[in-house]
Design a binder for this molecule. Structure first.
Ligand SMILES: C[S@@+](CC[C@H](N)C(=O)[O-])C[C@H]1O[C@@H](n2cnc3c(N)ncnc32)[C@H](O)[C@@H]1O
Length: 258
C-alpha cells in the first residue's frame, strides 16, 4: 500500500504506537479520548495533523501517530475464524506468482485477511474472487473488506468450493479450508495452463492428501513447506533471538497446472 502523506481526517483509522507491544488502531472522532494504562490520548489533537506527530498522554508517555499498514489492519480485523498470518501470506503470494493484474480464486474467505492481502497484490487491474460457504462468516469478511477500502478488487461469493469454481482462465487458486484436495479437480478446470494452486493447511495429513490428489490430477512442480520466523531482541551487546516464537501455524503446498 502507498503510505499517504496528508493530514489525518475525522473518521479514518490511525495507528497509535507507544512501543513494540503497545500499539492500537483507533478511529478518529471529534471529542474522543483513548484510554491506555499509561494515560489518556486526546484524539482531537490528531485531526488535521500530518502522520509522524507525537503526543503525550495525560501521564506524560509519548505516543507516535502513524497511518496503519495493511498488516497492522489485518492483525486487528474482526475475526469469525482463524486468519492466515503475514509470514505465510507473503510466501503464498510470492510462490504462486500473484502480481498486479492476476485473477485469483480464493477460499474459504473466513475473516477475509488473506483475500485482502491478495487484493493488495493484484490491484489495480486484477481481482480476487473469494468463496465462503457460511453466510455469517462472509458478512464479517465483507465488513473487513470495506473497512480496508478493497471492495473494488474483491468479489465475495457464497458457495462451496468442493462443488465447483465458476471462473475460468484463472492465474491462481489459493485455499485455506479443511479439505483442499476436494477442490483440486475444480481448480484444474478453472486454472490457465501454468497457473498456480496453493493451499494452507494446519496438519501434515492434509498436506499428504493434497499432494496425492495434485499428482493424480497431473499438476507439476509441487512443493510443500512451512515458514518459520525467528524474531530478535536487538540491544547493543545483548542481541539474541526472543525467548518465545510462534511454533506452528500451517503448511503451504504449491503446484502448477500442466
Ligand atoms: C481458516 S478459515 C479461512 C481464513 C482466511 N484465510 C483468512 O485469512 O481470514 C476457513 C474458512 O473456510 C470456510 N470453508 C470451509 N469449507 C469450505 C468450502 N467447502 N467452500 C468454501 N468455504 C469453506 C470456513 O467456513 C471458514 O470460514
Amino acid at each position: 500500500m502507498v503510505v499517504e502523506d496528508r493530514e489525518f481526517r475525522e473518521g479514518e483509522y490511525v495507528l497509535l504506537y507507544m512501543d513494540e507491544r503497545r500499539r492500537w488502531i483507533v478511529k478518529l472522532e471529534k471529542g474522543k479520548k483513548f484510554h491506555t494504562h499509561k494515560g489518556i490520548v486526546d484524539l482531537d489533537r490528531v485531526i488535521g495533523k500530518l502522520p509522524g506527530i507525537t503526543l503525550k498522554t495525560t501521564l506524560g508517555t509519548t505516543v507516535y501517530v502513524l497511518r496503519p499498514s495493511l498488516t497492522d489492519f489485518l492483525l486487528k480485523i474482526s475475526r469469525k475464524t482463524q486468519i492466515i498470518y503475514p509470514k505465510d501470506m507473503a510466501v503464498i503470494a510470492a510462490l504462486a506468482d500473484i502480481t498486479p493484474g492476476s485473477l485469483v480464486v480464493e477460499g474459504g474467505t473466513g475473516s477475509g485477511a488473506l483475500a485482502c492481502f491478495l487484493a493488495s497484490r493484484v490491484m489495480p487491474t486484477g481481482k480476487v474472487v473469494s468463496y465462503e460457504v457460511r453466510e455469517d462468516v462472509q458478512k464479517v469478511a465483507e465488513k473487513n473488506v470495506k473497512r480496508l477500502g478493497l471492495e473494488k478488487f474483491i468479489e465475495l461469493k457464497l458457495g462451496d468450493l468442493t462443488e465447483g469454481i465458476e471462473e475460468r482462465n484463472v492465474d491462481a487458486v489459493v485455499l485455506d479450508m479443511p479439505v483442499p484436495w476436494r477442490v483440486i479437480p475444480h481448480a484444474k478446470a478453472a486454472l490457465k495452463h501454468g497457473g498456480f494452486f496453493a493451499s494452507f493447511s494446519p496438519t501434515i495429513n492434509q498436506v499428504e492428501k493434497t499432494v496425492e490428489k495434485l499428482q493424480e490430477e497431473g499438476f507439476v512442480d509441487t512443493r510443500a513447506l512451512e515458514v518459520m520466523v525467528r524474531e530478535y531482541k536487538v540491544k547493543k551487546g545483548e542481541t539474541r533471538p526472543h525467548t518465545r516464537m510462534t511454533g506452528h501455524t500451517g503448511f503451504i503446498v504449491v503446484a502448477r497446472r500442466a
